[in-house]
Write a protein that binds this ligand. Structure first.
Ligand code: 5GP
Length: 177
């Protein structure tokens, strides 16, 4: 990864720091849900690495994995709040405990839409776990029940997060300079 760092990406959170924080989140989630059935809903594509690591940090046999695809209209670095579901859950979540797993909450518009949408499906509960939060850009207040890190107003890539579909495979989170 040395080569990548030379390409104007400054490391913000190392793979080790991310892993340690996710272990804590997994323990906290297990403490709250125990062995109750829990449906983790990963928001594609940005959360694919996060949900993979988070799921393994929850020591329960009752975890289910689902994915949702969202398209947000806007340019590459901004979301407009107009959201479309491009791939839906494979099973109804009525009566289930749902935990949405998202890479980053920026303006909050995307999660505001999704949490409202999921609530209309009558789950037993619906909560949000986000790896990153940029509170300085908040337009909608969306409660984040489990949060990895609060970051300043920087455009970050890596660990699932892209710029024009690149850099998702970086094991660390960095800032494009
Ligand atoms: P929101 O609706 O909260 O403004 O936007 C959330 C979505 O915008 C995230 O799921 C992510 O796809 C994208 N996004 C927001 N900030 C960043 C960032 O710093 N880096 C990357 N790669 N995507 C971001």
């Amino acid at each position: 990864m040395e080569q990548i760092e030379k390409k104007n990406i400054k490391e913000l959170y190392t793979a080790e720091v991310i892993a340690a924080r996710i272990r804590e989140l997994g323990a906290q989630i297990y403490q709250d849900y125990g062995d109750r059935e829990l449906v983790l809903v990963g928001v594609l594509k940005g959360s694919f690495l996060f949900i993979a690591d988070l799921a393994r940090a929850i020591p329960s046999t009752e975890v289910r994995i689902e994915f949702l695809g969202l398209a947000s209209y806007g340019d590459e670095t901004k979301s407009s709040g107009v959201v479309q579901i491009t791939a839906d859950l494979t099973k109804p979540v009525e009566g289930k405990h749902v935990l949405v797993v998202e890479d980053i909450v920026d303006t909050g518009l995307t999660m505001d839409y999704l949490m409202d949408n999921l609530r209309t499906r009558h789950p037993a509960s619906v909560k949000l776990c986000a790896l990153l939060h940029k509170p300085s850009r908040q337009k909608k207040h969306v409660p984040i029940d489990y949060l990895g890190f609060t970051i300043p107003d920087l455009f970050v890539v890596g660990y699932g997060l892209d710029f024009a579909q690149r850099y998702r495979n970086l094991p660390f989170i960095g800032v494009l300079e």
